[in-house]
Design a protein around this ligand. Sequence first.
Ligand code: PRT
Ligand code: ZN
Length: 302
Amino acid sequence: MLGKPLFFAKNTTIFKMETRLKIAVQKSGRLSESSRNLLKECGIGIKNGKNALLTPATNFPMDILYLRDDDIPQYVEDGTVDIGIVGENVVGETASKVALHERLGFGGCRLSLAIPKGENYFGIQFFEGKRIATSYPTLLSQFLKNQGIRVEIHQISGSVEIAPNIGLADGICDLVSSGSTLLGNGLKEVEVVLRSEAVMISNQNLEPEKQQIFEKLLFRIKAVRKAEHSKYIVLNTPNEKIETISRILPGMKSPTVVPLAQKGWSALHSVLSEDEFWGVIDELKQAGAQGILVVPIEKMIV
Ligand code: PRT
Ligand code: ZN
């Protein structure tokens, strides 16, 4: 029945069942809170949190399914759910045939090779013939194959970082974010296999009505993500400096100019990206800008 619109006849009236998009997010773990927050920032009402297995969104044609992150790519591939939020590392490791969309800006980490800190690392050749413990055998063997290195891979599912200390392996390949787990286990990171963050994935053959809902969601996500990187700036300037200051501001279009009650002065409103902000702030002050206000933006539609 999947993929076909459903019709119910009641007396002489035909009712078409509302198409709803099914999204899978991690039930509990590093991605779960940020995934739910992202949906909320997109204006999607989620009623009864993470204890239910499935929650209907209150104001958007979408149902939220809470799963273990490892299961999400497969469920998306086989169409049990339509879309999902999961780490790129999991998509890569499960080698799932899904479409990758937006990177979502959270869950950032790297899959890295690490060895005991006392070892002399002289490059990837170090690993030739060595034993490596990992929960990521697929990604690791692809990486090493590309480098022409042969190793013995020991697949283990948890506490990979203790493997060298108990003599199970010469090195490990695991996810790293702050690096403190490696440090605490006397290991050093020597190669990055993959950089990863949470991504939106979808089934490769979404039916058109679901595709439309998905596009609405992606549109909202882009607006939220764009706003995260942008700041709204308001500053006061003598009128004769408006042109100079406008040239410094790399805003969306030209800045908005509003006359102030004080004669000869105006307020300029514009949008800056977070990265540009510190670069231009000194220039703005030197050019005569005063009372500079920088405020966060909630959503940004461009
Ligand atoms: O129960 P379920 O299967 O759903 O969750 P899980 O336990 O498998 O995954 P979880 O919640 O730990 O991680 C989910 C996703 O978060 C991962 O697939 C990554 O995409 C992402 N992520 C980001 C991380 C980390 N950072 C991370 N640091 N996943 C795991 N770690 C672990 C790593 O394995 C190591 O043990 O944290 C430790 C290292 O952290 P640092 O900060 O000490 O370097
Ligand atoms: Zn998992």
